[in-house]
Design a protein around this ligand. Structure first.
Ligand SMILES: Cc1cc2nc3c(=O)[nH]c(=O)nc-3n(C[C@H](O)[C@H](O)[C@H](O)COP(=O)(O)OP(=O)(O)OC[C@H]3O[C@@H](n4cnc5c(N)ncnc54)[C@H](O)[C@@H]3O)c2cc1C
Length: 431
């Protein structure tokens, strides 16, 4: 495996890859024909392929890069099963029943994922650790209180309010003003989980081919003719699982996905006791800012894994590292002397309604747009999509009939992002 070190001695690649190198399964010849072709080998694509392959459908998964090179091996490892819009927002747009169904199903996806990892014995450090959601100012703390006290009926979940005076039991940081513990939330090692999925897909009979970019799609009488960098493949069913890396290959989907970079760092390994003091529990952490940061201790308790969005424009993670480190030090000034060992980034797939989407357009199946909650939702949607391809009516989701919106003039390049980031920065300062 190659590492890119810079002069300061850190690696410009995900920390997770140190222990779990990207797999490059033996490709051999790519078949000229398959029943199911899945483009994208992350959580969505593999979970779909596991289902179709296990039921005997000839299934081929291709990725333009190494297997799982996208977000699925570079994320923060925090799992919520939450969708971005709250009940009141969804009710306004879709009515009370639909709002209820969408939230209920997304939350249920977390239980599904827990059961799936357990029943398939995927070794990926999965833990029901809980999350500390920290308030970045007293106003936001009051909002958290209100949210906890006014949970919609039937959608209540255990939330434990932590006043600022008790906060040291969760986090040793003067940056925050109390918060709430969401007991259900979980964590895992993203690359180990991904590797477990690759193994299940291969064992189920799927072929997984890396470094094979899909370059063109033509519809014909027996399905689709897909031109790739390694030859032409005829397939009956076609699945697009490219999420934040969706391109002009599928313009309809590209016009509905807003790719936004999220940036991460890992500190060098140090004494466990240092991080135990900063985060006495083993929870995952994030805060109430619109430009949210997220962090937790590594599984061995010796590093901090920290992520967020610090640059106005998309940037090289090495260039934006100083700003990301400054952000970490605002929360934990105690880490001034701790060196950084890794930095990396990836493109999160957002959508205009902040909801994930699953369905088909012009006969092409897709699932995408998890808005930063893809460990759980990409896995679940991939699984559902696979079952839907097999004709299983019970695999339909409450999300299947939600229209996948675009905006006039939007072609897939978020020209409005810099203004949005500036606006969010201001609102985080004053709201
Ligand atoms: C820094 C960061 C932190 C995150 N943190 C969290 C977190 O803590 N919790 C959480 O739930 N989610 C998090 N996410 C989001 C989560 O990782 C994603 O939602 C999820 O991995 C999406 O999986 P996917 O399979 O749909 O897409 P991806 O894993 O991104 O896979 C898409 C694949 O498609 C391939 N591809 C694209 N075009 C082509 C083509 N033409 N031909 C062949 N292959 C192609 C790409 O190479 C890529 O490998 C984070 C994301 C990032 C970037």
């Amino acid at each position: 495996m190659t590492h890119s070190f810079n002069s300061d001695g850190f690696k410009a690649q995900p920390y997770w890859w140190d222990e779990t190198a990207r797999m490059d399964p033996e490709a051999g010849e790519i078949p000229a024909k398959t029943e199911v072709l899945v483009i994208g080998s992350g959580y969505t694509g593999l979970n779909c392929a596991i289902q179709t392959a296990r039921s005997g459908r000839q299934t081929l998964v291709i990725d333009a890069e190494a297997t799982g090179w996208g977000c699925s091996s570079r994320n923060g490892g925090q799992i919520s099963g939450e969708i971005k819009p709250d009940y009141a927002q969804l009710k306004k747009g879709y009515g009370a029943d639909k709002a209820f169904a969408l939230i209920k199903e997304a939350r249920g996806a977390l239980d599904w994922l827990d059961g799936f990892i357990d029943s398939e014995s995927i070794d990926c450090e999965f833990r029901r650790c809980g999350r500390f959601l920290a308030a970045h100012n007293p106003r936001q703390f009051r909002k958290l209180l209100q949210t906890a006290e006014n949970q919609p009926r039937g959608l209540e979940q255990p939330l434990r309010i932590v006043e600022v005076c008790d906060q040291a039991s969760e986090i040793d940081s003067e940056f925050y003003h109390g918060g709430v513990v969401i007991e259900r939330h979980c964590s895992l090692d993203p690359a180990k989980y991904h590797q477990g999925l690759v193994r299940l897909a291969l064992r189920g009979g799927a072929q997984v081919v890396s470094h094979c970019r899909a370059e063109g799609i033509e519809r014909n009488s027996s399905g689709f003719r897909v031109t790739t960098s390694r030859g032409v493949i005829q397939t009956r069913d076609l699945v697009i699982a490219t999420n934040g890396y969706t391109s002009h290959l599928t313009p309809w989907q590209q016009q509905r996905i807003v790719p936004i970079g999220s940036y991460m760092l890992a500190t060098e390994a140090t004494h466990r006791s240092r991080f135990e003091k900063l985060m006495p529990t083993d929870r995952v952490y994030c805060d109430t800012r619109k430009l949210v940061v997220y962090f937790h201790k590594s599984a061995d308790g010796r590093r901090l894994i920290f992520g967020g969005r610090v640059s106005i424009f998309e940037s090289d993670p090495v260039k934006s590292l100083p700003a990301l480190r400054r952000e970490m030090l605002r929360i934990f000034p105690q880490l001034e002397d701790v060196r950084i060992s890794h930095t990396w980034m990836g493109y999160v797939g957002y959508t205009f309604d902040n909801l994930p989407h699953i369905g088909s357009h012009d006969g092409i199946h897709y699932a995408m747009g998890y808005c930063g909650s893809g460990i759980c939702l990409a896995s679940y949607f991939g699984n559902r999509l696979g079952l839907q391809l097999l004709g299983r009516q019970d695999a339909n989701t409450a999300f299947n009939d939600v229209s996948f919106q675009t905006r006039p003039m939007y072609k897939g390049k978020p020209w409005f992002l810099a203004s949005a980031v500036r606006y969010y920065r201001l609102s985080d300062r004053f709201l």
